[in-house]
Design a protein around this ligand. Structure first.
Ligand SMILES: Cc1ncc(COP(=O)(O)O)c(C=O)c1O
Length: 397
């Protein structure tokens, strides 16, 4: 062999003992021993990785861990796929469940990107969306009765940023009566606070970019389904053909974050509750949306479903005009203004001009996302520092 060829050649893997932490496989493809093996693996006769768009050992391992968490302690087995973002997980899953002529029943108060995807891209593909309060079972039933094209119910509980909670048992029972599948975005809770499979939900989505990673250093999304799900091949096919899998390095970062998920969620919940109570008692605050407050309209639903705490997400309205709200946000010193959530540090956002910018104002306002609403993702700092920061910022309003 000449030196040029030797430089190009891959090295032999020198691993002798098992690595303690999950290895990253930054490879686009995998090597076959023979053409016979290639045929067997491509045809499914033999298990094996082939091309990272079809699956990658790092991403697959992390997807399985999230699936295991979603059925932890239950008599159930689940599997999952890891996509490049939360949005790609949503589009990959939904495009394998619905198509032209089908309808989706959903709420108008969820993450703005999801509503926008449904109302623009999906509408263009001939998939219609029907917005209804998913806690109003009679209203939902009437929509389903009048639209037999609806095949899927999509929800968030608690929703972003309204923090409205949906009774999973009731909505799943309605969905089953009308032969609809149910999809929940469990990003705000993570499986540590809420396990939707317990209530019969069919599919779970996560933006793992948020709490599951927890450190704001990767983008990804998970699709979780039951092991015996009859559509799982179709879902995997969508990921493969739409080209939406997660990069192995991002998967590896998620796994690093997941090791402290239990610790983080406990602290997030403790701080979230304390900040919600602090704001609720503040004379300059007119409304706090947090499911852990007894005054929250869906508090009982949250108590039933969010078994280990009410999370770190809350939103509130200040008793002032828009300029006062802006002064408050600009004055914050500890809390960071960044359009994400679920990181270890406290983050603030003005939904009307960021996450929900492209949502029709009338829909937004009808669903409690007012022009003055501020969203906080409460971090795991010392809660006294968070409260002090909020106090000094409210002083300038
Ligand atoms: C509840 C929820 N779901 C999904 C998404 C989309 O996730 P990603 O940004 O990872 O695509 C977001 C983004 O903020 C979100 O808040």
């Amino acid at each position: 062999m000449k030196i040029a060829s030797f430089c190009v050649k891959e090295v032999e893997n020198k691993r002798t003992t098992k690595s303690h932490v999950l290895p990253i496989y930054p490879t686009s493809s995998f090597v076959f021993e023979s053409v016979e093996q290639s045929i067997d693996i491509f045809s499914g006769k033999q298990e094996g990785h082939k091309y990272s768009r079809y699956g990658n050992p790092t991403s697959d391992a992390v997807a399985q861990k999230i699936a295991d968490l979603e059925c932890f302690g239950m008599d159930l087995e689940a599997e999952g796929l890891l996509c490049g973002t939360g949005m790609s997980a949503i589009s990959t899953l939904l495009l394998s469940l619905v198509g032209k002529g089908d309808g989706i029943l959903t709420q108008g108060n969820i993450y703005g990107g999801t509503t926008e995807l449904f109302m623009s891209n999906f509408e263009r593909l001939g998939i219609s969306s029907h917005l209804e309060s998913l806690n109003d079972i009679d209203a939902c039933e009437s929509v389903l009765k009048n639209n037999d094209s609806i095949k899927l119910i999509y929800l968030e509980t608690p929703a972003n940023p309204s923090l409205a909670c949906i009774d999973l048992e009731k909505i799943v029972s309605l969905a089953k009566r009308y032969n609809c599948v149910t999809v929940i975005d469990n990003t705000f809770c993570t499986p540590l606070l809420q396990q939707p499979f317990q209530y019969g939900v069919d599919y779970i989505i996560h933006s793992t970019t948020k709490f599951i990673n927890g450190h704001g250093n990767s983008l990804s999304g998970a699709i979780i389904f039951r092991k015996d799900d009859e559509r799982k091949k179709e879902i995997w096919k969508s990921m493969k053909l739409l080209g939406t899998p997660c990069a192995p390095f991002d998967a590896w970062l998620i796994h690093n974050g997941m090791k402290t998920l239990d610790l983080r969620m406990k602290k997030h919940c403790e701080n979230g509750q304390a900040v919600a109570e602090y704001l609720d008692a503040h004379k300059k605050i007119i409304k706090v949306n947090y499911p852990g407050l007894t005054s929250h309209p869906d508090h009982e639903i949250a108590c039933k479903q969010m078994k280990n705490g009410f999370g770190a997400m809350l939103s509130f309205e200040i008793d002032s005009d828009i300029d006062g709200m802006k002064r408050f946000m600009n004055q914050l010193q500890l809390a960071v203004m960044a359009p994400t959530l679920g990181d270890v540090d406290t983050l603030v956002l003005h939904p009307a001009t960021s996450s929900h910018l492209n949502i029709d104002r009338a829909i937004r306002i009808r669903n409690g996302i007012s022009d003055g609403l501020v969203r906080i993702s409460v971090g795991i700092e010392d809660v006294e520092d968070i409260k002090e920061d909020l106090a000094q910022a409210l002083d300038v309003v």
